[in-house]
Design a binder for this molecule. Sequence first.
Ligand code: F3S
Length: 426
Amino acid sequence: MTSSPPAELKLTSEEIALLEGAEGPGVQRAMEIVVTLGRIYGAPDLVPVTHVQIAGVSYKNLGEAGVAFLHAWAEEGARARVPATLNPAGMEMDRWQAMGIDPAFARPQMEAIKAFIQMGVTPTMSCTPYLFPDYAPERGEHLAWAESSAVAWANSVMGAYTNREGGPSALAAAIVGRTARYGYHLDENRVATHVVEIRCPVRTIADFGALSYMVGKRVGAGVPWFADLADWLPPLPDDLTQGGDAGDRLKTLGAGLAAYGAVALYHIAGYTPEARDVGERLICRDAQRIVIDSLDEGYGVMDADPEVTEIDLVTIGCPHASLTELRHIAQRLQGEKLATRLWVTTGRITRDRAAREGLVEIIEEAGGEVVADTCAVVAPVRSLGVRTMATNAGKMANYAPMHSGVKMRYGDIDRCLDAAITGRWT
Ligand code: F3S
């Protein structure tokens, strides 16, 4: 059997000019990255993007070399030409001393953010740009997003089009306003490769996290079609920027599918936009069938250290907490006094919305912290003395032990809040 070579990448005259340096070395470098990826993946052309989300922002990931690279690119005159926002950094930018962050970490972290700002990137420092009214994507928009949990949301919940970009390729896409048209930018790659049938209750956010582990592990980089998951989901609200009970479950599901597999798109029959419109024609002919009849395997992996009862840090908000989650937490903590540290990690924009409703005050009066700009994975939590953690978030349950060597307990949000109140996992 012979296979035809990929078609030549077609560039417009404007794109060729950028590639030849018409707008300086910074833009030329960005165009080289986008074009190289396009050629590697056999893209027919470049597609304009409406928004870029850049990941790999924490100094913990960047290191000195990464910060120097960003500054060099900014000095070369690279500037974002479409709206671009940032993933969480390694600390809350104006409260890092109070968080106990070492200046040796804080200074280069601030330098990195300065370089992004110089390049015209908005320092939202959140993994949930879709919860911000100014950046929430719409159906059919082409994006260049690098945060894997947000990619799953954009493709699946909104019906937008994005690949899972790397940090430099997302920034390059912002600088040239385009990305290569391959992968999930093409309808033919959005068909379901696996059909998942659920034979057990999936109720809480933690249940969705456990499910995400089990499906992510089995599907890898495939596209799961959830045949009956809509039975366990409330209707999608009109305003998804508040999260809502449905949105909070879906953001956990997408984050875990991306973290435990490499899922960038999933469909829920009768529920997500493409599944609603196209129906079962979206399932490829040789799709594999997966039956989930218990979540025990997921809970067993995530609640990884059952011997741990004393909790140093309870963390909620992975992906960053929505307004709905903040309302739930404030309601539960009203009038309580916490025995251990609680971080509710969220985006600055969501925190401001929550503050206007008085939610931040209630959580802080109980002794909790509503932490913006960062999360317990990208912040150096071990150097803050944290050895044991509890969370209701599937992705956090895996990433925090891996990145920071902490021990982890995992359960639903009320169990986590009880642990914050008593200091113990019961
Ligand atoms: Fe966001 Fe941090 Fe989780 S970046 S998705 S809160 S690991």
